[in-house]
Design a binder for this molecule. Structure first.
Ligand SMILES: CC(=O)N[C@@H]([C@@H](O)[C@H](O)[C@H](O)CO)[C@@H](O)CC(=O)C(=O)O
Length: 290
């Protein structure tokens, strides 16, 4: 069975400080209501690239404690500050995280040699497995098939969080590395990714929509492609509505309507406007109100 991971959000207070109780509530919702297979902690959805090392550690700790072994955990530790990435990799490994992930280093147009050194040094002295977080649309770093192969020469690098609409490359990677863990990262393109035999998916929108997506995966696995496609269409209507209303703040607004204290996003992400509030209410009524 393919695995579904929610990309854990971070709850912020209005002043931008982290609300750890809100983080706990979102972990609980994912476990108790979504029956999620796993959580991806510290990724884009967690707004992590805007957090201090201390804030990241607190979130990793709270997510680990609250999960209490009821879901698989992956900690995204990648950072432009390699020392921080290494410190976090050790920290989460000592806490008990069974897998880590690191975004490709971005902004400075690093060479492939530099990217390779970055991954190898994060893993040096850390007894853990890592999946590469590849998200070219946000990082500008598009690794090639041969570059993935070179990174996989490190036996601790076991897979990819593949947030990329390049399905030709995905097919080539799957074909060449049948035993690597590939988790798809674009929720709106889950069905084509399933057809190319990914092992599961990680996404922001699953925080609210996981039950429907699990049904889609079950239909796909049962060979009922028509049903899987209908469910993907329904999910894509919901994702389109979220994207048109500002993704992360809207997921948090809908969480609040479900009684989960997801709080605010951190600036420069937007604070909810009355229009966003109204849009979130419509999304709640259309897709989630019982
Ligand atoms: C940039 C971003 O948020 N990407 C999401 C997707 O779940 C995305 O939000 C979704 O497909 C809507 O476009 C994930 O790929 C990233 C992610 O899960 C994470 O790192 O937290």
């Amino acid at each position: 069975m393919k695995k579904l991971y929610s990309a854990l959000m971070t709850a912020f207070n209005e002043d931008g400080s982290v609300n750890l109780d809100g983080v706990r509530e979102m972990v609980r919702y994912n476990i108790d209501v979504n029956h999620i297979d796993g959580l991806y902690v510290g990724g884009s959805t967690g707004e992590s690239f805007m957090l201090s090392t201390e804030e990241k550690k607190n979130i990793f700790k709270v997510a680990y404690e609250e999960t209490a072994g009821k879901a698989h955990l992956i900690a995204q530790v990648g950072s432009l500050n390699l020392n921080e990435a290494k410190e976090l990799a050790k920290y989460v490994t000592d806490l008990g995280y069974p897998m880590i992930s690191a975004v490709t280093p971005f902004y400075y147009n690093f060479s492939f040699e530099q990217i390779k050194n970055y991954y190898n040094s994060i893993l040096e002295g850390v007894d853990n497995k890592l999946i590469i977080y590849s998200i070219p649309a946000l990082t500008g770093v598009a690794l090639s098939l041969d570059q993935f192969a070179e990174l996989f020469e490190n036996p601790k690098i076991v897979g990819i969080k593949y947030t990329n609409a390049d399905f030709y490359l995905l097919e080539r990677v799957r074909n060449r590395f049948p035993d690597k863990l590939i988790l798809s990262g674009f929720d709106e393109m889950l069905l084509p990714a399933l057809a190319l035999d990914v092992d599961g998916a990680i996404g922001s929108t699953f925080n609210l929509n996981a039950p429907r997506v699990k049904e889609e995966i079950a239909a796909f696995e049962a060979g009922d492609i028509k049903k899987a496609r209908e469910l993907q269409t329904l999910s894509n209507d919901y994702i389109t509505d979220l994207l048109n209303n500002d993704l992360y703040p809207t997921i948090k607004l809908v969480f609040e309507k479900l009684g989960v204290h997801a709080g605010y996003c951190k600036e420069p992400m937007s604070k909810p406007t009355p229009e966003m509030e109204a849009g979130a209410q419509k999304i709640y009524e259309k897709y989630f109100k019982k």
